[in-house]
Design a protein. Structure first.
Ligand code: ZN
Length: 472
Protein backbone atom coordinates (compact mmCIF):
# COMPACT_ATOMS: atom_id res chain seq x y z
CA UNK A 1 0.00 0.00 0.00
CA UNK A 2 1.39 3.37 -0.81
CA UNK A 3 1.24 6.34 1.45
CA UNK A 4 0.36 9.35 -0.63
CA UNK A 5 3.09 11.43 0.94
CA UNK A 6 6.01 13.21 -0.61
CA UNK A 7 8.41 11.00 1.41
CA UNK A 8 6.92 7.92 -0.27
CA UNK A 9 7.50 9.45 -3.68
CA UNK A 10 10.96 10.78 -2.83
CA UNK A 11 12.21 7.45 -1.55
CA UNK A 12 10.73 5.60 -4.53
CA UNK A 13 12.46 7.97 -6.93
CA UNK A 14 15.75 7.55 -5.05
CA UNK A 15 15.44 3.75 -5.04
CA UNK A 16 14.59 3.57 -8.73
CA UNK A 17 17.52 5.87 -9.52
CA UNK A 18 19.92 3.41 -7.86
CA UNK A 19 18.32 0.52 -9.76
CA UNK A 20 18.65 2.39 -13.05
CA UNK A 21 22.28 3.24 -12.35
CA UNK A 22 23.16 -0.46 -12.56
CA UNK A 23 20.63 -1.47 -15.21
CA UNK A 24 21.67 -2.67 -18.67
CA UNK A 25 19.17 -3.07 -21.46
CA UNK A 26 20.90 -5.80 -23.44
CA UNK A 27 19.44 -7.64 -26.39
CA UNK A 28 22.75 -9.25 -27.31
CA UNK A 29 25.37 -10.85 -25.07
CA UNK A 30 28.56 -9.18 -23.84
CA UNK A 31 30.69 -11.95 -25.34
CA UNK A 32 30.93 -15.66 -25.98
CA UNK A 33 30.76 -16.62 -22.30
CA UNK A 34 28.70 -14.03 -20.46
CA UNK A 35 25.48 -12.15 -21.06
CA UNK A 36 26.68 -9.33 -18.80
CA UNK A 37 29.95 -8.16 -17.31
CA UNK A 38 28.17 -8.29 -13.95
CA UNK A 39 28.73 -12.06 -13.90
CA UNK A 40 32.45 -11.47 -13.34
CA UNK A 41 32.43 -8.37 -11.15
CA UNK A 42 35.04 -8.38 -8.37
CA UNK A 43 33.78 -9.41 -4.96
CA UNK A 44 34.63 -5.97 -3.53
CA UNK A 45 32.60 -4.25 -6.21
CA UNK A 46 29.64 -6.61 -5.76
CA UNK A 47 29.64 -5.78 -2.04
CA UNK A 48 29.84 -2.03 -2.72
CA UNK A 49 26.82 -2.25 -5.02
CA UNK A 50 24.87 -4.27 -2.46
CA UNK A 51 25.66 -1.69 0.23
CA UNK A 52 24.52 1.21 -1.95
CA UNK A 53 21.27 -0.58 -2.77
CA UNK A 54 20.48 -1.45 0.85
CA UNK A 55 20.94 2.18 1.94
CA UNK A 56 18.36 3.25 -0.66
CA UNK A 57 15.89 0.40 -0.33
CA UNK A 58 15.39 0.55 3.46
CA UNK A 59 13.81 4.04 3.54
CA UNK A 60 11.85 3.17 0.39
CA UNK A 61 10.30 0.14 2.10
CA UNK A 62 9.58 2.11 5.26
CA UNK A 63 7.67 4.76 3.33
CA UNK A 64 5.93 2.52 0.79
CA UNK A 65 5.01 -0.70 2.59
CA UNK A 66 2.81 -0.80 5.70
CA UNK A 67 4.17 -4.27 6.50
CA UNK A 68 7.73 -2.96 6.58
CA UNK A 69 6.84 0.27 8.40
CA UNK A 70 5.06 -1.64 11.18
CA UNK A 71 7.99 -4.03 11.50
CA UNK A 72 10.63 -1.26 11.66
CA UNK A 73 8.56 0.56 14.32
CA UNK A 74 7.87 -2.59 16.34
CA UNK A 75 11.57 -3.51 16.39
CA UNK A 76 12.62 0.05 17.20
CA UNK A 77 14.84 0.06 14.10
CA UNK A 78 15.15 3.13 11.87
CA UNK A 79 15.57 2.74 8.11
CA UNK A 80 18.91 4.54 8.43
CA UNK A 81 20.10 1.72 10.72
CA UNK A 82 20.24 -0.46 7.59
CA UNK A 83 23.16 1.20 5.78
CA UNK A 84 24.89 -1.82 4.23
CA UNK A 85 24.94 -5.63 4.28
CA UNK A 86 26.53 -5.92 7.72
CA UNK A 87 24.23 -3.47 9.49
CA UNK A 88 21.21 -5.05 7.82
CA UNK A 89 22.15 -8.52 9.08
CA UNK A 90 22.86 -7.10 12.56
CA UNK A 91 19.66 -5.04 12.86
CA UNK A 92 16.98 -6.74 10.81
CA UNK A 93 15.69 -10.18 11.88
CA UNK A 94 14.75 -12.65 9.14
CA UNK A 95 11.23 -12.24 7.67
CA UNK A 96 9.25 -15.50 7.52
CA UNK A 97 6.49 -16.70 5.20
CA UNK A 98 4.26 -16.90 8.27
CA UNK A 99 4.55 -13.14 8.83
CA UNK A 100 3.72 -12.46 5.20
CA UNK A 101 0.82 -14.88 5.29
CA UNK A 102 -0.66 -13.18 8.37
CA UNK A 103 -0.33 -9.84 6.62
CA UNK A 104 -2.06 -11.26 3.53
CA UNK A 105 -4.92 -12.57 5.69
CA UNK A 106 -5.27 -9.28 7.59
CA UNK A 107 -5.10 -7.13 4.46
CA UNK A 108 -6.73 -8.99 1.57
CA UNK A 109 -6.28 -9.43 -1.27
CA UNK A 110 -2.73 -8.11 -1.70
CA UNK A 111 -1.29 -7.77 1.82
CA UNK A 112 0.97 -4.79 2.49
CA UNK A 113 4.38 -6.45 2.03
CA UNK A 114 4.83 -5.28 -1.55
CA UNK A 115 5.37 -1.78 -2.88
CA UNK A 116 3.15 -1.95 -5.93
CA UNK A 117 0.03 -0.09 -4.85
CA UNK A 118 -3.03 0.92 -6.80
CA UNK A 119 -1.31 3.93 -8.39
CA UNK A 120 1.67 1.90 -9.70
CA UNK A 121 -0.60 -0.95 -10.84
CA UNK A 122 -2.80 1.45 -12.78
CA UNK A 123 0.15 3.33 -14.24
CA UNK A 124 2.56 0.51 -15.21
CA UNK A 125 1.17 -2.76 -13.84
CA UNK A 126 2.51 -5.81 -15.67
CA UNK A 127 1.52 -9.13 -14.09
CA UNK A 128 0.26 -10.66 -10.88
CA UNK A 129 1.97 -13.75 -9.53
CA UNK A 130 1.08 -15.91 -6.59
CA UNK A 131 2.69 -18.36 -4.20
CA UNK A 132 1.20 -21.83 -4.62
CA UNK A 133 -0.91 -21.66 -1.47
CA UNK A 134 -0.16 -25.32 -0.75
CA UNK A 135 0.94 -24.40 2.76
CA UNK A 136 -1.65 -21.73 3.58
CA UNK A 137 -3.12 -18.47 2.29
CA UNK A 138 -1.66 -17.68 -1.13
CA UNK A 139 0.44 -14.55 -1.12
CA UNK A 140 0.11 -12.48 -4.26
CA UNK A 141 2.64 -10.16 -5.85
CA UNK A 142 1.92 -7.50 -8.43
CA UNK A 143 4.85 -6.52 -10.64
CA UNK A 144 5.27 -3.58 -12.99
CA UNK A 145 6.75 -3.14 -16.46
CA UNK A 146 9.67 -1.41 -14.73
CA UNK A 147 10.33 -4.72 -12.96
CA UNK A 148 9.92 -6.69 -16.17
CA UNK A 149 13.04 -5.11 -17.67
CA UNK A 150 15.11 -6.17 -14.66
CA UNK A 151 13.58 -9.62 -14.78
CA UNK A 152 14.50 -10.09 -18.44
CA UNK A 153 18.14 -9.15 -17.91
CA UNK A 154 18.61 -11.39 -14.85
CA UNK A 155 17.01 -14.36 -16.58
CA UNK A 156 19.03 -13.74 -19.73
CA UNK A 157 22.21 -14.09 -17.65
CA UNK A 158 20.86 -17.45 -16.45
CA UNK A 159 19.75 -18.79 -19.83
CA UNK A 160 22.99 -17.67 -21.48
CA UNK A 161 25.03 -19.34 -18.73
CA UNK A 162 23.07 -22.52 -19.32
CA UNK A 163 24.06 -22.49 -22.98
CA UNK A 164 21.20 -20.91 -24.96
CA UNK A 165 22.41 -19.06 -28.06
CA UNK A 166 21.06 -17.69 -31.33
CA UNK A 167 19.56 -20.58 -33.24
CA UNK A 168 17.88 -22.00 -30.17
CA UNK A 169 14.11 -22.02 -29.79
CA UNK A 170 11.81 -22.74 -26.87
CA UNK A 171 8.77 -24.93 -26.29
CA UNK A 172 7.14 -23.93 -22.98
CA UNK A 173 4.91 -26.74 -21.70
CA UNK A 174 3.15 -25.18 -18.78
CA UNK A 175 -0.33 -24.15 -17.74
CA UNK A 176 0.54 -20.43 -17.73
CA UNK A 177 -0.96 -19.94 -14.30
CA UNK A 178 0.29 -17.19 -11.95
CA UNK A 179 3.67 -18.86 -11.35
CA UNK A 180 6.79 -16.83 -12.02
CA UNK A 181 9.05 -19.43 -13.61
CA UNK A 182 7.59 -19.99 -17.08
CA UNK A 183 6.52 -16.40 -17.59
CA UNK A 184 10.01 -15.27 -16.71
CA UNK A 185 11.51 -17.57 -19.31
CA UNK A 186 8.88 -16.60 -21.90
CA UNK A 187 9.58 -12.86 -21.70
CA UNK A 188 13.32 -13.42 -21.56
CA UNK A 189 13.39 -15.53 -24.72
CA UNK A 190 11.64 -12.65 -26.46
CA UNK A 191 14.22 -10.19 -25.13
CA UNK A 192 17.07 -12.43 -26.30
CA UNK A 193 15.48 -12.66 -29.73
CA UNK A 194 14.87 -16.40 -29.51
CA UNK A 195 11.69 -17.84 -31.04
CA UNK A 196 9.01 -19.67 -29.07
CA UNK A 197 6.56 -22.41 -30.03
CA UNK A 198 3.73 -22.25 -27.47
CA UNK A 199 3.02 -25.68 -25.98
CA UNK A 200 0.33 -24.99 -23.40
CA UNK A 201 -3.04 -26.70 -23.07
CA UNK A 202 -2.37 -30.02 -24.76
CA UNK A 203 -1.57 -33.57 -23.72
CA UNK A 204 1.73 -35.43 -23.86
CA UNK A 205 1.12 -37.08 -27.22
CA UNK A 206 0.30 -33.76 -28.86
CA UNK A 207 3.42 -32.19 -27.37
CA UNK A 208 5.55 -35.12 -28.51
CA UNK A 209 4.20 -34.57 -32.02
CA UNK A 210 5.04 -30.85 -31.79
CA UNK A 211 8.62 -31.63 -30.84
CA UNK A 212 8.97 -33.87 -33.88
CA UNK A 213 7.26 -31.46 -36.24
CA UNK A 214 8.75 -28.11 -35.15
CA UNK A 215 12.14 -29.17 -33.73
CA UNK A 216 12.52 -26.87 -30.71
CA UNK A 217 15.92 -27.04 -29.00
CA UNK A 218 14.71 -26.06 -25.55
CA UNK A 219 11.94 -27.53 -23.39
CA UNK A 220 10.58 -25.39 -20.56
CA UNK A 221 8.64 -27.22 -17.82
CA UNK A 222 8.95 -28.91 -14.43
CA UNK A 223 11.40 -31.83 -14.05
CA UNK A 224 8.47 -34.17 -13.31
CA UNK A 225 6.96 -33.30 -16.66
CA UNK A 226 10.20 -34.06 -18.52
CA UNK A 227 10.18 -37.53 -17.06
CA UNK A 228 6.51 -37.96 -17.92
CA UNK A 229 6.79 -36.70 -21.49
CA UNK A 230 9.91 -38.76 -22.17
CA UNK A 231 8.05 -41.90 -21.13
CA UNK A 232 5.02 -40.92 -23.23
CA UNK A 233 7.32 -40.68 -26.26
CA UNK A 234 8.88 -44.06 -25.52
CA UNK A 235 5.40 -45.59 -25.30
CA UNK A 236 4.75 -44.11 -28.75
CA UNK A 237 7.85 -45.95 -29.99
CA UNK A 238 9.95 -42.79 -30.20
CA UNK A 239 13.32 -41.96 -28.63
CA UNK A 240 13.42 -38.56 -26.86
CA UNK A 241 17.23 -38.60 -27.07
CA UNK A 242 17.01 -38.56 -30.87
CA UNK A 243 14.92 -35.37 -31.06
CA UNK A 244 16.08 -31.79 -31.65
CA UNK A 245 16.06 -31.08 -27.89
CA UNK A 246 19.40 -29.84 -26.48
CA UNK A 247 18.38 -27.91 -23.36
CA UNK A 248 15.98 -28.70 -20.53
CA UNK A 249 15.01 -25.51 -18.71
CA UNK A 250 13.31 -26.42 -15.46
CA UNK A 251 11.94 -24.71 -12.39
CA UNK A 252 9.40 -25.20 -9.65
CA UNK A 253 10.81 -28.38 -8.14
CA UNK A 254 14.17 -29.49 -6.73
CA UNK A 255 15.99 -31.30 -9.48
CA UNK A 256 19.67 -31.18 -10.13
CA UNK A 257 20.55 -31.75 -6.49
CA UNK A 258 18.57 -34.97 -6.32
CA UNK A 259 21.17 -37.52 -7.27
CA UNK A 260 19.78 -40.01 -9.72
CA UNK A 261 17.02 -37.74 -11.01
CA UNK A 262 19.30 -35.35 -12.94
CA UNK A 263 21.10 -38.21 -14.68
CA UNK A 264 17.85 -40.04 -15.39
CA UNK A 265 16.29 -37.03 -17.10
CA UNK A 266 19.43 -35.91 -18.97
CA UNK A 267 20.02 -39.44 -20.25
CA UNK A 268 16.37 -39.86 -21.24
CA UNK A 269 16.48 -36.70 -23.37
CA UNK A 270 20.14 -36.75 -24.37
CA UNK A 271 20.08 -33.07 -23.38
CA UNK A 272 21.56 -30.75 -20.76
CA UNK A 273 19.64 -29.48 -17.78
CA UNK A 274 19.40 -25.78 -16.99
CA UNK A 275 17.72 -25.26 -13.66
CA UNK A 276 16.16 -22.03 -12.40
CA UNK A 277 16.20 -21.57 -8.66
CA UNK A 278 14.19 -18.86 -6.99
CA UNK A 279 10.96 -17.87 -5.28
CA UNK A 280 7.88 -15.81 -6.05
CA UNK A 281 8.55 -13.42 -3.19
CA UNK A 282 11.95 -12.21 -4.33
CA UNK A 283 11.45 -12.09 -8.04
CA UNK A 284 11.12 -10.84 -10.74
CA UNK A 285 13.52 -13.50 -11.98
CA UNK A 286 15.36 -16.55 -10.89
CA UNK A 287 17.96 -16.09 -8.20
CA UNK A 288 20.15 -18.96 -9.24
CA UNK A 289 20.95 -21.06 -12.27
CA UNK A 290 23.12 -23.85 -13.65
CA UNK A 291 26.80 -23.47 -14.53
CA UNK A 292 28.15 -24.24 -18.04
CA UNK A 293 31.14 -26.05 -16.53
CA UNK A 294 29.07 -28.46 -14.47
CA UNK A 295 29.65 -32.11 -15.39
CA UNK A 296 27.59 -35.12 -14.39
CA UNK A 297 29.14 -36.63 -11.30
CA UNK A 298 30.35 -33.29 -9.85
CA UNK A 299 28.73 -32.08 -6.67
CA UNK A 300 25.64 -30.19 -7.86
CA UNK A 301 25.56 -26.42 -7.35
CA UNK A 302 23.91 -23.31 -8.70
CA UNK A 303 25.17 -19.78 -9.29
CA UNK A 304 23.39 -16.96 -7.48
CA UNK A 305 23.34 -13.30 -8.59
CA UNK A 306 24.65 -11.16 -5.77
CA UNK A 307 24.61 -7.76 -7.44
CA UNK A 308 20.81 -7.96 -7.40
CA UNK A 309 20.20 -10.10 -4.33
CA UNK A 310 22.01 -10.79 -1.06
CA UNK A 311 22.06 -14.50 -0.24
CA UNK A 312 22.69 -15.84 3.25
CA UNK A 313 22.20 -19.10 5.13
CA UNK A 314 20.78 -19.30 8.65
CA UNK A 315 20.27 -22.05 11.20
CA UNK A 316 16.73 -23.49 11.21
CA UNK A 317 16.08 -22.94 14.90
CA UNK A 318 17.30 -19.43 15.79
CA UNK A 319 17.44 -18.16 12.19
CA UNK A 320 20.91 -16.78 12.90
CA UNK A 321 23.62 -16.70 10.21
CA UNK A 322 25.73 -19.85 9.89
CA UNK A 323 29.40 -19.78 8.90
CA UNK A 324 30.26 -20.02 5.21
CA UNK A 325 30.39 -23.64 4.14
CA UNK A 326 27.94 -24.80 6.80
CA UNK A 327 24.52 -26.08 5.89
CA UNK A 328 21.69 -23.66 6.53
CA UNK A 329 18.40 -22.33 5.19
CA UNK A 330 18.50 -19.80 2.37
CA UNK A 331 17.63 -16.16 3.08
CA UNK A 332 17.28 -13.65 0.25
CA UNK A 333 17.35 -9.86 0.24
CA UNK A 334 15.92 -8.76 -3.07
CA UNK A 335 17.54 -5.62 -4.47
CA UNK A 336 16.12 -5.67 -7.97
CA UNK A 337 12.48 -4.59 -7.94
CA UNK A 338 10.29 -1.59 -7.35
CA UNK A 339 7.36 -3.90 -6.47
CA UNK A 340 8.81 -6.59 -4.26
CA UNK A 341 12.09 -5.52 -2.75
CA UNK A 342 12.41 -7.67 0.37
CA UNK A 343 14.82 -7.59 3.28
CA UNK A 344 16.13 -10.95 4.56
CA UNK A 345 13.24 -13.09 3.43
CA UNK A 346 13.47 -16.74 4.55
CA UNK A 347 13.22 -18.72 1.30
CA UNK A 348 13.96 -21.81 3.37
CA UNK A 349 15.93 -24.27 1.22
CA UNK A 350 18.92 -26.09 2.65
CA UNK A 351 22.29 -25.40 1.05
CA UNK A 352 25.92 -24.47 1.77
CA UNK A 353 27.25 -21.23 0.33
CA UNK A 354 30.68 -21.12 -1.27
CA UNK A 355 32.74 -18.17 -2.51
CA UNK A 356 35.39 -20.44 -4.02
CA UNK A 357 36.07 -19.33 -7.60
CA UNK A 358 34.20 -21.29 -10.27
CA UNK A 359 35.79 -22.73 -13.42
CA UNK A 360 33.35 -20.71 -15.56
CA UNK A 361 34.73 -17.41 -14.21
CA UNK A 362 31.55 -16.25 -12.51
CA UNK A 363 32.49 -14.51 -9.29
CA UNK A 364 29.19 -14.73 -7.43
CA UNK A 365 28.43 -16.98 -4.50
CA UNK A 366 27.35 -20.57 -5.21
CA UNK A 367 24.73 -22.72 -3.50
CA UNK A 368 26.41 -26.10 -3.07
CA UNK A 369 24.75 -29.48 -2.94
CA UNK A 370 21.99 -27.64 -4.72
CA UNK A 371 18.86 -26.55 -2.97
CA UNK A 372 16.94 -29.72 -2.54
CA UNK A 373 14.89 -29.44 0.57
CA UNK A 374 12.53 -26.57 1.25
CA UNK A 375 12.04 -26.58 5.01
CA UNK A 376 8.24 -26.62 4.50
CA UNK A 377 8.57 -30.09 2.94
CA UNK A 378 10.34 -31.58 5.93
CA UNK A 379 8.63 -34.76 7.12
CA UNK A 380 8.64 -35.44 10.84
CA UNK A 381 8.03 -39.14 11.52
CA UNK A 382 8.15 -40.04 15.20
CA UNK A 383 10.68 -37.28 15.74
CA UNK A 384 12.92 -38.29 12.83
CA UNK A 385 13.10 -35.47 10.31
CA UNK A 386 13.84 -35.99 6.64
CA UNK A 387 13.01 -34.67 3.17
CA UNK A 388 11.07 -36.52 0.49
CA UNK A 389 14.08 -36.07 -1.82
CA UNK A 390 16.14 -38.32 0.48
CA UNK A 391 13.66 -41.12 -0.18
CA UNK A 392 13.71 -40.21 -3.87
CA UNK A 393 17.49 -40.61 -4.00
CA UNK A 394 17.32 -44.02 -2.34
CA UNK A 395 14.60 -45.21 -4.73
CA UNK A 396 16.48 -43.90 -7.79
CA UNK A 397 19.67 -45.62 -6.66
CA UNK A 398 18.02 -49.05 -6.49
CA UNK A 399 18.41 -50.86 -9.84
CA UNK A 400 15.29 -51.36 -11.93
CA UNK A 401 12.94 -48.98 -10.12
CA UNK A 402 10.29 -47.12 -12.13
CA UNK A 403 10.03 -43.33 -12.36
CA UNK A 404 7.20 -42.94 -9.87
CA UNK A 405 7.04 -43.61 -6.17
CA UNK A 406 4.82 -42.55 -3.29
CA UNK A 407 5.39 -41.88 0.37
CA UNK A 408 2.36 -42.77 2.50
CA UNK A 409 2.25 -41.76 6.15
CA UNK A 410 -0.43 -43.41 8.28
CA UNK A 411 -1.26 -44.03 11.93
CA UNK A 412 -1.69 -47.65 13.04
CA UNK A 413 -4.44 -48.76 15.46
CA UNK A 414 -1.99 -48.66 18.34
CA UNK A 415 -1.29 -45.00 17.59
CA UNK A 416 2.13 -45.50 16.04
CA UNK A 417 2.89 -43.39 12.95
CA UNK A 418 4.43 -45.41 10.12
CA UNK A 419 5.71 -44.81 6.59
CA UNK A 420 5.13 -46.98 3.55
CA UNK A 421 7.05 -46.26 0.37
CA UNK A 422 5.31 -47.53 -2.75
CA UNK A 423 7.87 -48.37 -5.43
CA UNK A 424 7.50 -49.60 -9.01
CA UNK A 425 9.64 -52.66 -9.77
CA UNK A 426 9.17 -55.73 -12.00
CA UNK A 427 10.11 -58.10 -9.13
CA UNK A 428 7.45 -58.14 -6.41
CA UNK A 429 9.81 -60.02 -4.11
CA UNK A 430 12.16 -57.07 -3.69
CA UNK A 431 10.24 -55.17 -1.01
CA UNK A 432 12.48 -56.13 1.93
CA UNK A 433 15.62 -55.43 -0.04
CA UNK A 434 14.39 -51.99 -1.15
CA UNK A 435 13.32 -51.18 2.42
CA UNK A 436 16.81 -52.07 3.55
CA UNK A 437 18.30 -49.83 0.84
CA UNK A 438 16.14 -46.90 1.95
CA UNK A 439 17.10 -47.52 5.55
CA UNK A 440 20.80 -47.55 4.82
CA UNK A 441 20.54 -44.42 2.65
CA UNK A 442 18.28 -42.34 4.91
CA UNK A 443 18.50 -44.06 8.32
CA UNK A 444 14.71 -44.30 8.30
CA UNK A 445 12.75 -47.45 8.91
CA UNK A 446 9.84 -47.96 6.52
CA UNK A 447 7.76 -50.62 4.82
CA UNK A 448 8.02 -50.98 1.05
CA UNK A 449 5.17 -52.04 -1.17
CA UNK A 450 6.27 -53.08 -4.64
CA UNK A 451 3.86 -52.53 -7.51
CA UNK A 452 4.30 -53.39 -11.17
CA UNK A 453 6.01 -50.81 -13.41
CA UNK A 454 3.72 -48.08 -14.79
CA UNK A 455 0.95 -48.66 -12.25
CA UNK A 456 1.38 -45.49 -10.20
CA UNK A 457 -0.22 -42.40 -11.70
CA UNK A 458 2.29 -40.45 -13.78
CA UNK A 459 3.14 -37.08 -12.37
CA UNK A 460 2.50 -34.42 -14.99
CA UNK A 461 3.24 -31.05 -13.49
CA UNK A 462 4.29 -30.56 -9.89
CA UNK A 463 4.89 -33.93 -8.27
CA UNK A 464 2.59 -34.95 -5.44
CA UNK A 465 4.31 -37.92 -3.92
CA UNK A 466 3.71 -37.52 -0.20
CA UNK A 467 0.35 -38.57 1.21
CA UNK A 468 0.09 -37.75 4.88
CA UNK A 469 -2.92 -39.54 6.38
CA UNK A 470 -1.75 -39.60 9.98
CA UNK A 471 -4.12 -38.84 12.85
CA UNK A 472 -3.30 -35.32 13.98
ZN1 ZN B 1 30.32 -21.65 -12.84
Amino acid sequence: MTHPTSRADETRTAWKAVLEKYHEDRETPLNENYWSEKDTWSRDWIRAVQDEKIAAVAPFLYENSDFYRRRFDRLGVAPTDLRDVDSMIANWPVVTKQEMMEDAEAHPPYGTYTTCGEAEWADRGWMLFSSSGSTGTPRVFRYTHFDRQYWEQANARALYSGGLRKGDSGLPMVGFGPHVFAWGVQYTLAKMGLPVVPGGGMDGQARAAMIERFNPTTLICTPSYLLYLGRVMQDMGKDPAKTSVKWLVTGGEPFSGVSGTLERIQDLWGAKSLEFYGCTEASPHCGGYSCPEYQEGDEPFIHLMEDIQVWETVDPNGLNPVAEGERGLTVCTNLNSESSAQLRFLVGDYTRLSHEPCACGRSHVRGMGCLTGRSDDLINLRGIKFFPVQIEEAVRAYPGTGDEFQIRLTTKDDGLDVMTVVVEHPDQGKSDEIAKAIRSHCEIRCAVEVVAPDTLPKTEMKAKRVFDERNK
